[in-house]
Design a protein around this ligand. Sequence first.
Ligand SMILES: Cc1ncc(COP(=O)(O)O)c(C=O)c1O
Length: 395
Amino acid sequence: MVSAVMPTYLRQPVAFVRGQGVWLYDALGHAYLDALSGIAVCGLGHAHPKITAALAEQAATLIHTSNLYQIPLQDELAARLCQISGMQQVFFCNSGAEANEAALKLARLHGHRRGITAPEVLVMEQSFHGRTMATLAATGNPKVQRGFAPLMPGFVRVPFGDTQAINQALEQHPQIVAILVEPIQGESGVRMPDQGVNDWLHQLRTLCDTHNLLLMLDEIQTGNGRTGRYFAYQHSAMLPDVVTTAKGLGNGFPIGAVLVQGKAVDLFSPGMHGSTFGGTPLACRVALATIEQICNGAMANAEEQGAYIQTSLRQRLRTFDVEITGLGLMIGVILPKDAPTLVDAARKAGLLFALSSGNRIRLLPPLIITKEEADLLIDRLTAVVSAFLNTPEAQ
Ligand SMILES: Cc1ncc(COP(=O)(O)O)c(C=O)c1O
């Protein structure tokens, strides 16, 4: 059957009919270990009883009223996010791209406040920030930009992790007012900065303080417990000015947020930004329930199981030219060559993950994965990777 859905996605030949914890099931009852979590979304796994209950209860009480009225659940969620993060104010939206759009508007406002009429934002090569026109221009991947020229102006790009390049860019572009960066690059294949996340973030913080720039961290993928802290910057003793989040915040229910502190507070005033669906009672209730579970065990488990999976994979794949990278349950397995058949082979063996840049396996399993399930993941991954690397085509 020809689908009437626009062909924007290259879909795998499988549909899931239900999920439970880390498992997804197809119509024939085959079980798949979901080591992708809907691309870092279902951190608490599928059909989590607390999330189901929050969703059902709130849906039966009040779904939506609009931001024309007070929404106490929004205030409650904003307060909780600020308490967790050290930030001061929150704007709610519905997706990662929308959160980054809001952040980019904040950067422009910060620039105009400084008297800069054509502000620019510094972004990284190989970054991913979304598919809307502004976030597409911010994204450092020519493939996703192809066909959409003219791209929105106002971005300057440097290599990820390169502070010297940032210094040069700042000299050449005095209109730069903000840096937008992922602490660990996700979509391009779990890329860590060479100097480590901690040093990288501290270097960025110092540069932003020196030059009066907003430090804007895109934690859409790294946030919500994924790396073993609520946000990845919490591995370091520093605060960004702006943090964007979405994905895991609603465990599959759409919600995004922009958190600000310091000089990014009160840049927006009434009428400057908005979203019909942003921060509905339903979305906020689900996010509050999700945060509670992340903070009560899931995040700590992500740190523990993440370290275990990384160590085990290093050991099990030691005879191959393979690099294991990442933090918490955001794990990359970098293969010595492109592996176009690997995702299919793994799915047939009951394991779901994604591949980036041709040779970078991305593992983003639910934060609630047990040690036994982690062992299964390790066994299945080791088997498919070994089989692939032992075939003549991979030599
Ligand atoms: C770091 C990062 N930023 C932004 C986005 C865009 O989020 P969304 O697809 O919800 O618009 C993604 C999605 O993969 C992401 O990983």
